[in-house]
Write a protein that binds this ligand. Structure first.
Ligand code: 4AD
Ligand code: MG
Length: 477
């Protein structure tokens, strides 16, 4: 008999037909006359209830059925007597596929910290299966959005000799073991010649290669793993994350911003439309966790937070306006911020970003035209000589979700920026060539996939929205 997935079964409601289901036991309740097994197969947040009489089966089968055990069950779909579902399965045959002795995920509430320690098993929980189905839907929607707009999906290298952000936060890649690495005259390991004689690292961004492609294919995007050797132990940083980087020829900063806002609304709208059950489950989970806790009056349930993104236009201000708002929010220099804003030119701390997004505007905020000195070398320099055509998009509860800019398309300005930041222009010769031959104004941005998944699922910690998080001290599974 053909196997059917639980999600399809709930859609088809085929009362009276015979079907087979394969999945993992969530709970079992047994009495003399009847046994109820809740089975989940990963296709939906909902479990299928299996009902049968215990004496129909050999005693050792009934004894071995427990939480975590994998089963193949065939039987007849019947209308449910009570319960939450319209249908259940009256079992004729039950086969145990795999037993689960001392299974750590017994049916009770487990902390997310505990589940992180068994990341290989957490796919079997409601919370994580919902999160990863939503992560999939978001990834799918990202490809669909760009495909519909005529963008070309570009695969950029993972191993590279170029520090695309110029921030020196790269993981070295080596083809040799420590003993084989060449030594400096002082006897120290010479990491400068580690990749078949060349110094290489894992990529921090596919942007520079995407720029080269955009100056030929016009509109491209990358979507791949990205690595940052920053030792940040926060709920927003990973050493390995997935970044989406569109790059568009003939776009200025305003075109770039418009695309980014449309893109975020499209992807969040897609998740709302296609992941309703999972989002409702996560919303309830979040609301349950708040019961009895001090309530923040501005708190909105998850689905309302997502709806609001679609409903309201994002705020858009310049860095200079942001500084003015922040300064005005601390009258008489009363210390409202741990890092008071005194000077034009300083980078915004996350507490400043949160103030702007969560207190001042209460919606996403796009900040443009940052000081040149705090942004990367490739950004388009503005006429004022002080700012660059940058844009960051900040989201409630998340902070920076997108970083982007119009690019410096003028060879002389770009060369000067590379040199003034002390970067190696030899290695960037190919990049400079793109400005030498047929250069055009162009723009792009980078979205951190995990931060978007955090926003859509309401998960607090970035480690809980990527299957196997890579953070300092965490690379085992
Ligand atoms: O602002 P970032 O560093 O910008 C770039 O890499 C540009 N090359 C993008 C471009 O213009 N093509 O990173 C972009 C986004 C951030 O806004 C954030 O969402 C995410 O990538 N991000 C991280 N996410 C998780 N962990 C980290 N360590 C991250 N660093 C950046
Ligand atoms: Mg950034």
């Amino acid at each position: 008999m053909k196997r059917i997935k639980i999600k399809e079964l709930f859609i088809a409601n085929p009362v009276g037909t015979k079907v087979c289901i394969k999945g993992w036991v969530r709970t079992k309740r047994i009495s003399k006359q009847v046994v109820f097994i809740m089975l989940n197969d990963g296709s939906t947040i909902h479990n299928l209830q299996i009902v049968t009489e215990p004496e129909k089966f050999a005693e050792d089968i009934m004894q071995h059925i427990a939480t975590g055990v994998s089963l193949s069950v065939c039987g007849t779909v019947i209308a449910s007597q009570g319960g939450n579902q319209a249908i259940e399965l009256q079992a004729d045959t039950i086969e145990i596929l795999g037993t689960a002795t001392d299974y750590p995920l017994q049916p009770k509430k487990h902390s997310l910290e505990f589940l992180r320690e068994i990341a290989h098993l957490r796919f079997r929980t409601n919370t994580f299966s919902a999160v990863f189905r939503i992560r999939h839907a978001i990834s799918y929607a990202i490809h669909q959005f760009f495909h519909e707009q005529g963008f070309v999906y570009l695969h950029t290298p993972i191993i590279t000799a170029v520090d695309a952000e110029g921030a020196g936060e790269m993981f070295s890649v080596t083809t040799l073991n420590m003993e084989q690495l060449p030594k400096t005259p002082q006897g120290q390991v010479d990491f400068k010649r580690d990749f078949f004689g060349q110094k290489t690292s894992l990529t921090v961004s596919g942007q520079l290669e995407a720029e080269a492609a955009a100056l030929g294919l016009a509109e491209v995007y990358t979507f791949g793993p990205t690595f940052r050797a920053e030792n940040s132990n926060t709920t927003r940083h990973l050493a390995e994350f997935w970044m989406v980087e569109p790059e568009m020829a003939f776009y200025d900063l305003a075109d770039n911003i418009a695309l980014a806002e449309r893109f975020l609304k499209y992807v969040i709208g897609f998740a709302l439309e296609h992941c309703k059950d999972d989002l409702e489950f996560l919303q309830k989970r979040e609301l349950d966790a708040r019961v009895g806790k001090q309530t923040d009056k501005s708190f909105l349930p998850l689905l309302d937070r997502l709806d609001n993104i679609l409903t309201y236009p994002f705020a858009c201000i310049s860095y200079t306006e942001a500084i003015d708002i922040l300064k005005a929010s601390q009258p008489n220099k009363e210390k409202k911020f741990a890092y008071p804003i005194d000077e034009w030119g300083c980078d915004l701390q996350s507490e400043h970003e949160r103030y702007l997004v969560e207190k001042h505007f209460t919606k996403p905020v796009i900040i443009t035209n940052y000081p040149r000195a705090i942004k990367a070398f490739y950004m388009h320099q503005q006429e004022d000589g002080k700012t660059v055509a940058a844009m960051d998009i900040l989201f409630p509860g998340i902070g920076e979700i997108i970083g982007g800019s119009q690019r410096e398309e003028r060879l002389d300005k770009l060369t000067e920026a590379i040199q003034s930041m002390g970067m190696n222009s030899n290695i960037l010769q190919w990049y400079l060539d793109t400005r030498l031959f047929g250069t055009v104004p162009h723009s792009g941005f980078g979205l951190g996939l995990e931060r978007l998944v955090q926003f859509v699922t309401g998960m607090d910690n970035i480690r809980d929205v990527i299957p196997f998080p890579r953070t300092p001290g965490n690379a085992a599974f």
